[in-house]
Design a protein around this ligand. Structure first.
Ligand code: FAD
Length: 582
C-alpha cells in the first residue's frame, strides 16, 4: 500500500490565507538581520550574529525569558564524558527517530554539540558538578550513556536562559544590537522573487515604535519555539502558539513532519477542566525510582517493556492511555513516596515546590498524572545551515524541522538542537553577507494582497478541543477528518472581536491545525509519538517518507512525500526492539 505522492487535503478543508488580518504598518525600521524569539535558539543566534553583523534586531513576544527554554528541567545532551562518543549519541538519536532522522543533520548535532555546550559554560552557564569539579552527567530514556548535563537539579533551562540573557545585557550598550520586548511578529514581508525581506510586527511600546509596524532586513531568523497551545493541555508556556510555523506557512515555506508530536507521559493532572500549560513531572523522577500505578494501586508498566517504568516516552504514554481507557479514568498515579522527603527536595527542588503549590506533596501523596503535549518534532523545514525553502528565511530550535528528531525526539536533544543550529545560521548569514549574497532590500518589500483572515480568540478552546480529540495522541482517519471539519467550521465563523495578539495567535493555531490534521490523517502508522487506532500494524512501505506541506498559490494546502532511505542492517537491528507497535 502506498500513499499518493502529492495530494491536496480532503474537500472542505479550509484554505490558508496569505496573511493575518492586521492594520497597515504605521512605522518602519530596519536591521541587517531580524531574529524572532528569545529562547536558546534566538538568544544564541543574536549573540553570535552581533559579532560580525552591523545591526541585529531581536524581537520577542513578551519578555526575554518567556518561552519553553526557561521551563526545561532535565538537561542538555552531549557526549562530554571521555568514555562517550558522538557516534554513540548519533546511534541513540537515530534509534529514537524510528528511521526518519536526517542522518547528516544528526551527525552535525552530536559532533558540534560538545563544543557548543562547553562554550555555554564559558559564557557563564553553571551546570551541576561532581566532587571532582567535572560536569555531572546523568542518563535519560533512550540514551545508553550518561550524557545529560543539568543545572540546579531540575532547572537546566532557567540557568541556560539566565546565562544567555546576562550575556545579552552585557552587550546592550552596543549599537549593533537592539532588543524589543512585547513585539509580536504577525507575518513575513516578501520582496522580488519571493525573497523574505522583513516582518510585520505588533509592539506594545512607547513613542514611535508602537502598534503594528514593518521591519526590513537582509534575512529573518525564526526562533519562535513550539505549538503546544494547539492542544487543551501541554507542558509548553502560553507563548507557544506556533506563530513562526504559521507565518512561514502563509508565506509559502515548506512545513515538514508536523504529525510528529511528542506527548509527555507524566504531566500533573489538575482536573478535567484544566487547560493550557500544565506542570511536568520529569522522567528523571522515574529514573530515581518512582513508579506508575493505576487507581487500584497496581503497577502496570511491568511486562509492557523490558525497561518497565523507564521505557521510552512514547511507550509509557501509550501504556498510560490504554490503562486509563481500561479503568475508565482520566489519569493514573505516580508514586514517589518511597524516595523520601529529603531526597526529593534536594534532587527535584522545582518539581516538589510546584507540586506543593498545587496541593500535592510527592513525599506523602500519590501524584495524579496523564499524558499531555510536550514537543513538536516537525516544523519549518531547514537544511543543515538552517536555511528554509524561502530565500532570506532561516529557522532554528523547536520551530524548525532540521531532521534531527525524525519521528520521535531523544530526551534532552532539543536544547542542543537550538544551540548547534543557531550557531550554524549565524555563520551562514555572516558568510553570505560578506559574499554579497544577502543585499538589503531595495525594491518593494510588501505584505501581500487582500487575502487575509482572522479567527476570534473566544473560539480557541473549541479549536483546541477539536484538535486534541481528533489529532491528539490517539488518532484515526475519522478523527483527523473530524478535526479538519471543525477547523473549516471555525474558519467560516463571523468575526466580532477587534484584531490583536490573542486573535492572531488563535488564527495561527487554526492554520497549523489544518496542516496537522491533514498530515496526521495521511500518516497511516503507529510509530513516533502517537497511536493510529485504525493502523496498529507496521508497514515499512508507507512509513519511510517525510510529509512536506506547502500553501499553494490558491491557498489550498499541498502535501507531498519525500522518500527516506531505509537503514542498513546494523541500525535496522538496533531499531527493532525499541519500537513496539502498539
Ligand atoms: C516543561 C518543559 C520541559 C522541557 N525539558 C527539556 C529538557 O530537559 N531538555 C531539552 O533538551 N528540552 C526540553 N524541553 C524542550 C525545550 O525546552 C524546547 O524545545 C526549547 O527550549 C525550544 O527552544 P527555542 O529557542 O526553539 O524556543 P523557546 O524557548 O520556546 O522560545 C521561543 C521564543 O519565541 C518567542 N515568540 C513566539 N512567537 C513569537 C512571535 N510571534 N513574535 C515574537 N516572538 C515570538 C517566544 O516569546 C520565545 O521568546 C522542555 C520543554 C518544556 C515545555
Amino acid at each position: 500500500m502506498t500513499s499518493p505522492p502529492s495530494t491536496p487535503p480532503p474537500p472542505g478543508a479550509p484554505r490558508i490565507p496569505r496573511r493575518l488580518t492586521a492594520p497597515e504598518p504605521g512605522w518602519t525600521s530596519s536591521a541587517d538581520v531580524i531574529v524572532v524569539g528569545s529562547g536558546i535558539a534566538g538568544l544564541t543566534c543574536a549573540l553570535a550574529l552581533r559579532v560580525h553583523v552591523d545591526k541585529v534586531l531581536l524581537v520577542t513576544k513578551t519578555v526575554l525569558d518567556e518561552g519553553s527554554t526557561a521551563w526545561a528541567q532535565g538537561g542538555i545532551a552531549a557526549a562530554l564524558d571521555p568514555e562517550d562518543s558522538p557516534e554513540e549519541h548519533l546511534l541513540d538519536t537515530l534509534v529514537a527517530g524510528v528511521g526518519l532522522c536526517d542522518e547528516e543533520a544528526v551527525r552535525i548535532l552530536v559532533t558540534e554539540g560538545p563544543r557548543r555546550v562547553r562554550e555555554l559554560v564559558e559564557l557563564g552557564a553553571m551546570f551541576d558538578r561532581d566532587a571532582g569539579g567535572d560536569i555531572k552527567l546523568t542518563r535519560e530514556g533512550g540514551h545508553h550513556r550518561d550524557r545529560i548535563a543539568h543545572a540546579g537539579g531540575d532547572s537546566t533551562g532557567k540557568e541556560i536562559s539566565r546565562a544567555l540573557i546576562e550575556a545579552l545585557h552585557a552587550v546592550l550598550h552596543d549599537p549593533g544590537i537592539e532588543v524589543i520586548e512585547h513585539a509580536l511578529v504577525v507575518d513575513l514581508l516578501s520582496g522580488p522573487a519571493g525573497r523574505v525581506c522583513g516582518v510585520t510586527l505588533h509592539v506594545l511600546g512607547e513613542g514611535q515604535i508602537d502598534g503594528v509596524g514593518a521591519a526590513h532586513a537582509r534575512a529573518v531568523v525564526l526562533a519562535t519555539g513550539g505549538l503546544g497551545q494547539i492542544y487543551t493541555s501541554t507542558t509548553n508556556p502560553p507563548v507557544a502558539t506556533g506563530d513562526g510555523m504559521a507565518v512561514a506557512l502563509r508565506a509559502g515555506a515548506r512545513i515538514t513532519d508536523l504529525e510528529f508530536i511528542q506527548f509527555h507521559p507524566t504531566v500533573l493532572f489538575l482536573g478535567e477542566g484544566s487547560t493550557g500549560q500544565q506542570p511536568l513531572i520529569s522522567e528523571a523522577v522515574r529514573g530515581e525510582g518512582a513508579v506508575l500505578v493505576d487507581r487500584d494501586g497496581i503497577r502496570f508498566m511491568q511486562g509492557q517493556h523490558p525497561l518497565a517504568d523507564l521505557a521510552p516516552r512514547d511507550v509509557v504514554a501509550r501504556a498510560i492511555l490504554r490503562r486509563m481507557a481500561e479503568t475508565g479514568t482520566d489519569h493514573v498515579f505516580l508514586d514517589a513516596r518511597h524516595l523520601g522527603a529529603d531526597f526529593l527536595a534536594e534532587r527535584f527542588p522545582s518539581i516538589v515546590a510546584r507540586c506543593r503549590e498545587l496541593g500535592f506533596d510527592p513525599a506523602t501523596d500519590l501524584l495524579p498524572v496523564a499524558p499531555a503535549q510536550h514537543y513538536v518534532g516537525g516544523g519549518v523545514e531547514t537544511d543543515h545551515d538552517g536555511r528554509t525553502s524561502l530565500p532570506g528565511l532561516y529557522a532554528a530550535g523547536e520551530v524548525a524541522c532540521s531532521g534531527v528528531h525524525g519521528a520521535n525526539r531523544l530526551a534532552s536533544n532539543s536544547l542542543l538542537e537550538g544551540l548547534v543550529f543557531a550557531h550554524r545560521i549565524a555563520e551562514d548569514i555572516t558568510a553570505r553577507i560578506l559574499a554579497g549574497e544577502l543585499p538589503m532590500p531595495d525594491g518593494p518589500c510588501v505584505r501581500d494582497d487582500d487575502d487575509h483572515q482572522i479567527l476570534d480568540s473566544r473560539h480557541r478552546l473549541a479549536l483546541q478541543r477539536a484538535l486534541t480529540s481528533g489529532s491528539g495522541p490517539i488518532r484515526s482517519a475519522d478523527s483527523t477528518a473530524d478535526a479538519l471539519a471543525a477547523c473549516a467550521q471555525l474558519a467560516a465563523l463571523p468575526v466580532v472581536e477587534s484584531v490583536g495578539p490573542r486573535s492572531w495567535e488563535t488564527t495561527n493555531l487554526l492554520h497549523l491545525g489544518v496542516v496537522l490534521s491533514t498530515v496526521a490523517g495521511r500518516r497511516e502508522e503507529t510509530r513516533g509519538g502517537h497511536v493510529r487506532s485504525d493502523f496498529p500494524d507496521r508497514d515499512d512501505a508507507i512509513w519511510l517518507r517525510r510529509q512536506r506541506s506547502v500553501r499553494g498559490a490558491d491557498g489550498v494546502l499541498q502535501v507531498s512525500d519525500l522518500a527516506v532511505a531505509p537503514f542498513g542492517p546494523e541500525l535496522a537491528a538496533a531499531l527493532a526492539p525499541t519500537t513496539p507497535n502498539r
